[in-house]
Structures are given as C-alpha cells and as structure tokens.
Write a protein that binds this ligand. Structure first.
Ligand SMILES: *[C@@H]1O[C@H](CO)[C@@H](O)[C@H](O)[C@H]1NC(C)=O
Ligand SMILES: *[C@@H]1O[C@H](CO)[C@@H](O)[C@H](O)[C@H]1NC(C)=O
Ligand SMILES: *[C@@H]1O[C@H](CO)[C@@H](O)[C@H](O)[C@H]1NC(C)=O
Length: 391
C-alpha cells in the first residue's frame, strides 16, 4: 500500500509541474519556445555591403581613410569600420569572416566570405579592368568557389599539419548559416549601361531566377539555413542621386530608382516562398534590409544621424560626391583644384560613408534591428534562423 506521504508528494509534484507548464505556456511567445541554433560556421555571398577583404585581396584595396573608425587602418572594407556581416559574425560568437580570396593570414575554420565589392548576380557587361567595370566574381563564381572550399578543405584536413586547423570541419557545412546580400549592383549595371529604368526593371525576374538557382546549388551541396537580405533603397545613395537626377520623394531619395529596388525585393520575396516549397529541408529567412535602411533616411534624428543623404567621405557638392565611382581616399581635380577626398569629422553622425556604402554607425543600427526578427519572414531572430517557421 502506498504511504499517504508519497501520495502527498506526488500530488505536490504534479501540481508544481502543472504550475510550471502553465507558466511556460502563458509567458513564452512561440519564437521563444524554439531552441537557439548552433551555427558553427558562416558562409557569406555578396557585394561590397558584406565584403570583408575579397576585392582588397584580389584586385583593389580601399585606401585610407577607410577603416579609420573601428580598425584605425584600412581593413579591406568599403566603410569607415564594420559591416553588417561583422556584427552578425560577432553576435553568433565568431571572429570576423576571412575573405576566401585572401591568401594572407586567412582562417576559414569558422566560415568564409565569398563577397567582393561590385559583384553582381548576373554576369555584368563591363568587368574590371574595363572602364566602369564590375567584379568578375559574380554570384555563380562565388558559389563555385564555395563548392571548391567544401571539397578541398577536407583534403587539407585529412593531410593534417598547420593548415588543417584553418579549415572548417566537414560537419559544419550542414549546420552553417549561409548569408546573402547581393543584387544592389545588378540594377546600376543596367542604369550605367544606358538601359532605361523600365528596361532594368524588366530584367529583374531574370536576375532573381539566377539568384534562386544558386541557392539551390548550395542546398544540393547540403546547406540548410539561409539568411537572405533584400536590397537597400538605392535611390537614397549619392551614387544614384548624382548620376541620375530624378523626381525625389519626401525624404529626398530618387523615387523611380527606389521603385526598381522595391520591385527586385518583391520578386526576391516571391522567390523565397517558392524556394521553401522546392527545398523542403531548408530554413529560409528573408530579411527586409530595405525598410531598415530607409528608416535611417526618414528619421535620421531618431538614430543620432545628420544629413543622411550626404556622404561623409568625398569631394564636396550637394551630396559630397561627384563621380561614377567611389573617390573616398583619392586625390581628384574638381574645377581645376586638387582635392583629397577625406573623411568628415564625425563619421558617427553619418549614414553614408563614401557615396555608396554605409558607415560603421549605420551598420550597427541596421544589424541591431534585423537581428531581432522584426524585419524577417518568418519573423525569427538571427539566433533561430535554422528553424523553418515559428512552430
Ligand atoms: C582560427 O579560428 C578558430 C575559430 O575562431 C580559432 O579557434 C583558431 O585559434 C584560429 N586559428 C589560428 C591559427 O588563428
Ligand atoms: C551611354 O551613353 C553615353 C552618352 O551617350 C555614352 O557616352 C556612353 O558610352 C554610353 N555607355 C554605354 C555603356 O554604352
Ligand atoms: C516594374 O515592373 C513591374 C511588373 O511589370 C511593375 O509593376 C512596376 O510598376 C515596374 N516598376 C517600374 C519602376 O517601372
């Protein structure tokens, strides 16, 4: 016979479990009920928005004053400091990502960065060193480089020795976070190639289908967690504002050009919906960077920014930018005068660094906003981006 004492204990413990359970159910949101993911590595694909040294290693190194705010020396980034991908890597407990193309001091054990400045999704018409050329490292090439890394890194690990420890473990590839921020250059490639805005707009579905094809390649190789940034409001950057005078919206951005970016984002979002159907084991998070970046132009004072449309590093003029290319760090002749395109005094109150790229201060705010999941579909925070949905 059971002793009454045990029965009381059982009842108390049942009651406690019930209390705990109901407390859990009433206080936790669905997102909190999901476990945090463990991403042992990050593989990034993109353009200058996330290039941590690829272009600098392969072709052209951004000169001083780039890097001045955070690294206090040029650090292969088109910025005064860190990029969104730097904040992202840190927040997942990793060091900054090494560029795959960098053969000097490179540690790929926790991931690799295939992004290079001026990369496009589709093969661009002029390629560096042609005038106005774009990066030769398109998204297709970046994916091929990834597949090479995946297979060759395991040969190096088997061989042992000092290089083995600099390579990712085999099991990391399935658990890694695959991040993408590319497409921003596919649009200006058309504008500078003298296509009409309507023609560029009409090319968007093709650009996006090339993007999807590459996501499938990575999925087929075993990748499962995808974190995809949409493209920013290109109509708000001096690079577009100076070269393509157009009707402005209420914050001063070129309306038509932002509409093309929004159409790109619309198609990209549609593509992610389709990819979730086609790739049943993939967790695909679509991140609305556009809205976050646009809010910096719309309400700069809320974030401590001033004159958000004016570049920090440049050579004067309405937007402190005067060219088809970045001039920050170069000496150029303006109206017969030699001018060194130097940094502004207070980069931390600026949104735009050099006419195209964002400052360290802006990147930090953008990352803080996107990491919560508030701008994601599904609305999962970065740390839970290995899950397919809220359930
Ligand atoms: C490479 O990075 C890993 C992960 O951060 C670290 O543990 C390791 O010490 C690094 N190796 C070298 C040689 O710096
Ligand atoms: C675009 O048009 C301008 C002006 O007509 C011309 O100078 C330039 O070479 C053209 N660019 C391309 C890529 O065709
Ligand atoms: C781009 O194309 C889409 C689909 O045809 C259309 O709805 C949109 O208005 C176009 N945008 C621009 C800026 O031409």
């Amino acid at each position: 016979m059971e002793s009454p004492r045990i029965t009381v204990k059982v009842i108390i413990s049942l009651f406690c479990s019930y209390m705990l359970l109901s407390h859990y159910i009433t206080t936790s949101s669905p997102a909190l009920a999901l476990e945090d993911c463990h991403f042992p590595a990050i593989f990034n694909f993109g353009d200058s928005n996330s290039d941590t040294g690829g272009m600098a290693a392969a072709i052209y190194r951004p000169p001083p004053p780039s890097g001045k705010t955070h690294f206090h020396t040029p650090a292969g980034r088109f910025s005064d400091g860190r990029l969104i991908i730097d904040f992202l890597a840190k927040s997942l407990g990793h060091p900054f990502l090494s560029a795959y193309l960098d053969s000097i001091g490179t540690n790929l054990s926790h991931g690799a960065n295939f992004a290079t400045a001026s990369s496009t999704i589709r093969l661009p018409d002029p390629i560096i060193p042609a005038p106005g050329g774009f990066s030769p490292f398109t998204l297709n090439i970046q994916c091929s480089q990834f597949l090479q890394l995946k297979s060759r890194s395991q040969l190096i690990r088997h061989r042992g020795g000092i290089f083995a420890s600099l390579m990712p473990k085999k099991k990391y590839f399935a658990k890694a976070l695959y991040t993408f921020d590319i497409g921003q250059n596919d649009l200006p490639e058309g504008f500078f190639g003298n296509l009409t805005v309507q023609e560029v707009n009409a090319s968007v579905p093709n650009i996006v289908s090339t993007f999807s094809a590459n996501i499938k390649k990575i999925y087929d190789s075993g990748g499962r967690s995808f974190w995809i940034h949409n493209t920013g409001p290109i109509g708000c950057i001096p690079y577009i504002l100076v070269n393509f005078p157009a009707q402005k919206d209420e914050v001063g951005c070129a309306k038509l050009y932002n509409e093309v970016a929004q159409y790109f984002n619309h198609k990209l979002k549609e593509a992610t919906v389709q990819l979730r159907k086609d790739l049943p084991l993939a967790a695909i998070t679509y991140v609305d960077i556009y809205s976050v970046k646009y809010s910096l132009y719309k309400e700069p004072q809320k974030y401590g920014f001033e004159q958000p449309l004016v570049s920090c590093c440049g050579t004067g003029g309405k937007y402190n930018f005067n060219s088809k290319t970045v001039e920050c760090g170069r000496t150029v002749t303006v109206n017969g005068r030699q001018i060194f395109a130097d940094s502004c005094k207070r980069p931390y109150v600026k949104v735009n660094w050099d006419g195209i790229h964002y400052t360290d201060a802006a990147a930090k705010i953008i990352f803080d906003k996107i990491s919560t999941g508030a701008f994601s579909d599904p609305p999962l925070p970065l740390k839970q981006a290995c899950h397919r949905s809220l359930e």
